[in-house]
Design a protein around this ligand. Structure first.
Ligand SMILES: Cc1cc2nc3c(=O)[nH]c(=O)nc-3n(C[C@H](O)[C@H](O)[C@H](O)COP(=O)(O)OP(=O)(O)OC[C@H]3O[C@@H](n4cnc5c(N)ncnc54)[C@H](O)[C@@H]3O)c2cc1C
Length: 501
């Protein structure tokens, strides 16, 4: 191994994901500073017949990032700049584009864009992830017309097998191929199947070091969060009025207590709308989210205390979830896009874990699934004395073009089952939900806890109609299997015939 590689790496390193349920001691852990470093790592690995994997900020609860041979932290490949327009097609000259280092954390990205008066069109509930990690597992927020992370990407650069650098775009990509320099060390690929496989490809085709995103001018939003009962929400879902609201409001989500208290399941609805800056609410409380949810959500001891209490007196969790939903009510919060799209407490990094499932965005299906969750929560409590320690969020996402997106070409409702990690029976509770909801056609999120999917290759193939195309692209880009890992193999995504070798 040459001196440069020694300098940017360490051995005897144990990598652990943020929720501490996935752990690995790779042969070597690298901190590349640029694409040349990544090229050296890939060539060195291929000479030794080893595999290469990158990690973002380790916020996947699944084993998607686990790499046993060479593992790379992307944290030093972090930058945000306006995209240079030279070399782009005429149609993209006026577009808002940002070119971002793959390891850029969303928090830095949204703040840097803000300084340029730009914004992401949407984001997930938190901003701890890297842009590449978020894209590669299909991270989404809510808003039936607002794209998931992978659908904001217009071009990417990746170190592939042999250390070759590829620039990958859809067939009608932003780069003017006719004027792309033939002397460039970068090979331009403009092909739909390749692009829509790589963007949601778990890093199993190469190491991505740069992304170009379509962004928009910074926008102001207002938010209201209010309580309703499940009976009311159920009726609004079934009579169509709630889905009309989902369609007519920029961002809508709801959260439900899986347990009944005094004969009803409490729900909190969140509605967020883009508003002109001049129309923003003013006065006390208008620029701060409800004090209970913003402060209490960040107190780690409160989370720890809740876990201890849930384990000692588990039945009390029914009321604690009601209280937590009550505390989120707010009718006049407004702010910049990233301030409102951020929907969670900081402490959730250390104490959250979840499984999340994609279903068609149809009211009847949502009602069926919610009621199955209520039944499973009661069954877990009655038979095993184990309890769900958080509410159930439901979010709405537009169709995605990524071949392995669980929202591929259909409007999708994502139903999350989060728990406080450390709650008694946490992983087993999630696995029971996985079995039940897979049975209802729910597609588990690639980045959330999803280990039951390892046993359901037929289900994966039935839900992802383009699986074989994704596998074909992966094999063409990575014929030696350099970028495979156990996750891809165990999901049955390594070989077209579903064999695991
Ligand atoms: C508290 C919390 C809240 C969350 N909220 C949401 C949410 O609201 N919506 C949602 O959809 N998901 C959510 N998630 C899931 C999370 O967004 C995804 O799992 C995301 O992939 C994590 O990003 P990361 O940077 O930590 O990537 P990692 O988990 O580190 O990696 C994800 C994948 O990307 C690969 N990878 C990363 N960077 C590169 C690269 N540069 N080149 C090649 N491969 C790479 C890794 O090998 C791995 O396969 C949440 C997770 C947590 C912990």
């Amino acid at each position: 191994m040459n001196n440069r590689l020694k300098k940017i790496s360490t051995d005897r390193y144990t990598w652990i994901n943020a929720s501490r349920n996935v752990k690995v001691c790779p042969l070597r852990f690298f901190y590349p500073r640029n694409e040349e470093d990544i090229q050296l790592i890939v060539r060195e690995a291929e000479e030794k017949d080893l595999r290469v994997r990158a990690v973002g900020s380790g916020h996947s609860y699944s084993e998607v990032a686990k790499g046993r041979d060479y593992l790379l932290s992307m944290k030093f490949i972090s930058s945000v700049a306006l995209t240079q327009k030279a070399g782009l097609k005429q149609a993209w000259q006026e577009a808002h584009l940002a070119t971002v280092g793959a390891g850029t954390i969303l928090k830095k990205l949204t703040r840097s864009l803000d300084r340029m008066n730009l914004a992401l069109s949407n984001m997930g509930a938190v901003d701890f992830q890297t842009i590449s990690g978020a894209m590669l597992t299909g991270t989404h927020g809510t808003g039936i017309t607002r794209p998931a992370v992978q659908d904001m990407v217009r071009s990417l650069k990746m170190v592939a097998t042999g250390g070759e650098i590829l620039q990958i775009e859809p067939a009608d990509g932003i780069t003017d191929a006719a004027n792309f320099s033939s002397s460039s060390a970068i090979r331009l690929i403009q092909d739909d199947d390749t692009f829509y496989s790589v963007i949601l490809g778990f890093g199993a085709m190469g190491i991505i070091y740069e992304l170009t995103l379509e962004v928009e001018p910074q926008f102001w939003m207002k938010e209201k969060r209010y309580l309703v009962s499940w009976a009311e929400l159920r009726s609004d879902l079934l009579n169509g009025s709630f889905m009309t609201k989902v369609r007519n409001t920029d961002f809508v989500a709801f959260r439900v207590n899986p347990y009944e208290v005094k004969g009803e399941h409490r729900c909190a609805v969140v509605e967020q709308e883009v508003i002109p800056f001049a129309d923003r609410p003013r006065g006390f409380g208008a620029f701060r989210r409800n004090i209970f949810s913003s402060i209490l959500g960040n107190l780690e001891f409160l989370m720890e205390n809740t876990i201890v209490k849930t384990n000692l007196k588990p039945d009390g969790v029914r009321k604690s979830i009601n209280l937590a939903l009550w505390a989120t009510q707010d009718m006049r919060f407004s702010g910049k896009s990233h301030e409102l799209l951020y929907q969670s407490g900081e402490a959730v990094i250390r104490y959250g874990i979840s499984s999340e499932f994609a279903f068609p965005a149809k009211a009847e299906k949502i009602v069926e699934v919610m009621e199955a969750i209520f039944a499973q929560a009661e069954l877990n409590a009655a038979e095993g004395g184990v309890y769900q320690s958080a509410h159930i969020p439901v979010r709405f996402v537009p169709p995605s073009k990524a071949l392995l997106s669980s929202a591929y070409e259909r409007e999708t409702a994502y139903i999350d089952v989060p728990l406080l990690f450390g709650t008694r029976g946490d992983i087993d509770i999630l696995e029971r939900y996985q079995e039940r909801l897979i049975g209802l056609g729910g597609i588990p999120h690639w980045g959330k806890h999803n280990s039951r999917l390892y046993q359901h290759h037929d289900f994966i193939r039935s839900q992802f109609s383009r699986t074989d195309d994704w596998i074909r692209v992966r094999k063409a880009l990575d014929p030696k299997g350099t970028f495979l890992n156990d996750f891809v193999i165990q999901m049955g995504l390594a070989m077209p015939d579903n064999s695991t070798t």
